[in-house]
Design a protein around this ligand. Structure first.
Ligand code: ADP
Ligand code: MG
Length: 290
């Protein structure tokens, strides 16, 4: 490729809100055949709201939400923001630590608190779900919401349902990518049902759900091993390693710095329309060279 063509492509990209780190990226994005897309904050707005809180026997829902909000307040995860926003009077927590793709822990009002996936609570903290929470948990998930468990001092106190909305541009972008021969696959840490609901809404057929940040990397490598040239689009700290492992990493400009630093391209408008623009642009640029 001539330097001039690449310069023109890079400039055109900037006009479209496709910020290319290095002009050579335009060459490496040629032949992309699969795009793995993160769900939360990439396909969806990543602006979640709390839909409901169900308390375990003898517990108070508002209290559980307040304690959960205390440990979530410091986190920039969309789930954390939703929970924090729902309880603005939350106390200040200390020793807060995030477990990427699983949840968050901290100390609030003298209680050792965990908020996150029930499977993580069971595996890492030995906290089981009391029988009366199984129903509300199922109900949240069946509706396509994401259900989080709140525990402190060794017992699960409540489940919180949060919901997100799909970005207006996602569906058309998936269609456009398919039209230029790129298979779009959803890759998410969220559970299968929430993933499926969102995937159906935007026309994505294949879903890889319930994966940790490290497993997102494995998924990229697995696609590459099948002979695909793989792009990955994401916004979170939990996507950074997969963005770096992909043949082409696309970060949402609306997402975290970690994702943008790991990626080859930053999409200023923060949506998949930009991802489709990027692939189309690289193909056009290389065509003019030939
Ligand atoms: P995605 O891949 O959709 O962006 P993540 O990998 O960030 O999702 O998170 C996967 C799952 O881990 C979430 O659906 C949630 O169950 C749990 N989780 C992650 N971060 C938090 C948090 N701060 N608070 C509670 N749960 C969390
Ligand atoms: Mg995300």
């Amino acid at each position: 490729a001539t330097p001039t063509a690449l310069l023109v492509g890079t400039t055109r990209g900037a006009e479209l809100g496709v910020l290319i780190r290095d002009a050579r990226v335009l060459e490496s994005s040629r032949g992309i055949s699969a795009m793995l897309v993160d769900k939360t904050g990439t396909v969806t707005e990543g602006r979640m709201r709390v839909e409901g809180v169900a308390a375990a026997a003898g517990e108070d829902a508002d209290e559980a939400l307040r304690i959960a909000a205390a440990v979530e307040r410091a986190s920039e995860h969309p789930i954390a923001r939703a929970i924090a926003a729902a309880a603005p009077d939350a106390p200040v927590a200390s020793d807060v630590r995030a477990a990427q793709g699983a949840g968050v822990v901290g100390v609030a009002e003298g209680r050792a608190v965990q908020v996150g996936k029930p499977a993580w609570l069971a595996d890492d903290w030995g906290v089981a779900m009391p029988r009366e929470l199984a129903d509300p948990f199922e109900r949240f998930e069946a509706q396509g919401a994401t259900a989080l468990a709140v525990a402190w001092d060794g017992r699960m106190r409540a489940v919180i349902g949060v919901r997100d909305t799909v970005k207006a541009t996602s569906r058309a972008a998936v269609e456009r990518l398919a039209g230029i021969g790129v298979e779009v696959v959803m890759l998410t840490g969220d559970h299968e049902r929430a993933a499926r609901t969102v995937a159906d809404e935007v026309g994505i057929e294949r879903v890889i759900a319930g994966v940790s940040p490290a497993e997102k990397v494995d998924a990229v490598r697995a696609e590459q091993a099948r002979g695909a040239k793989v792009a990955m689009a994401g916004d979170g700290v939990n996507d950074a390693a997969a963005l770096a492992a992909a043949d082409l990493g696309l970060a949402m400009g609306t997402g975290t710095d970690a994702a943008q630093q790991a990626a080859d391209i930053t999409l200023v408008h923060g949506d998949l329309a930009g991802a489709a623009d990027a692939i189309a642009l690289s193909r056009r640029t290389l065509r003019t060279i030939r």
